[in-house]
Design a protein around this ligand. Structure first.
Ligand SMILES: [Cu+2]
Length: 237
């Protein structure tokens, strides 16, 4: 295959590879179901990144296949054709400038979604979440109730007020997407709005000691009446 076929080859084979990747990622999504109002901001950034990475990966792989074929060793030769010279400065300039543009573009996309996530700090329900090696405790100041299971009300904005008693932990419910570290000596808040009823698992997502993998808690998203029943009446649950 001649060198002049490099560009059409890379475009055609790259498109094929990207097509296959798109089918795989669409049929087997990597993210669990989204169950919070904030999730789509994270998903937008994730999918944007995935598309950009998919395009670059496909083009690079297609170019590698072209080079493997074009510069292979022929019979009785120990080495394939040597590459004499290159487009030098032009190729380098294109590579550097497109990398800078890509990095800035992705940073802009990420910061736009991040700004949308932290824009409105108003909340309907406050929950103090205390992390310690290796358990979680939840306290509802308005109801003066506490417990080891996190109850949330569907459609309401919850202010999760995170503290840690010892080392750095991290609050993460994969279906809600947002992850926030709990840092000793600091009070850190984030807003979560669950949008689907059901049970989920809260994981600690920061290696915090021997019991780290067991540092989980049940999360239940309830309708208004059930939430009041579970949190309102009792001092602890
Ligand atoms: Cu941990």
């Amino acid at each position: 295959m001649r060198q002049k076929y490099a560009v059409p080859f890379v475009i055609v084979v790259g498109t094929l590879i990207f097509g296959v990747l798109s089918v795989i990622f669409t049929r087997y999504p990597m993210l669990p179901e989204a169950a919070s109002a904030q999730a789509h901001h994270v998903d937008n950034a994730w999918h944007g990144l995935l598309v950009v990475e998919g395009v670059i990966y496909s083009l690079v792989m297609a170019f590698i296949f072209f080079c493997l074929w074009r510069f292979r060793a022929h019979r009785r030769e120990e080495q394939g054709d040597r590459i004499h010279g290159s487009r030098g400065h032009f190729v380098e300039a294109v590579w550097v400038l497109s990398s800078v543009a890509l990095t800035l573009g992705l940073a802009a996309l990420g910061s736009q979604e991040l700004r949308a996530l932290i824009r409105d700090p108003e909340a309907d329900i406050d929950i103090e979440v205390r992390a310690s090696q290796f358990s979680w405790e939840f306290y509802y100041p308005r109801q003066q109730a506490y417990g080891s299971k996190l109850f949330m009300e569907i459609g309401k904005r919850h202010r999760i007020i995170l503290t840690s008693q010892d080392v750095v932990h991290s609050f993460w419910v994969p279906e809600f997407r947002i992850k926030q570290d709990a840092v000793p000596g600091k009070v850190i808040s984030m807003i979560l709005t669950p949008t689907k009823l059901g049970e989920y698992t809260l994981l600690c997502n920061q290696l915090c000691g021997w019991g780290h993998t067991d540092m989980t808690a049940q999360v239940e998203v309830l309708a208004h009446e059930d939430f009041d029943k579970n949190v309102g009446g009792a001092d602890s649950f």
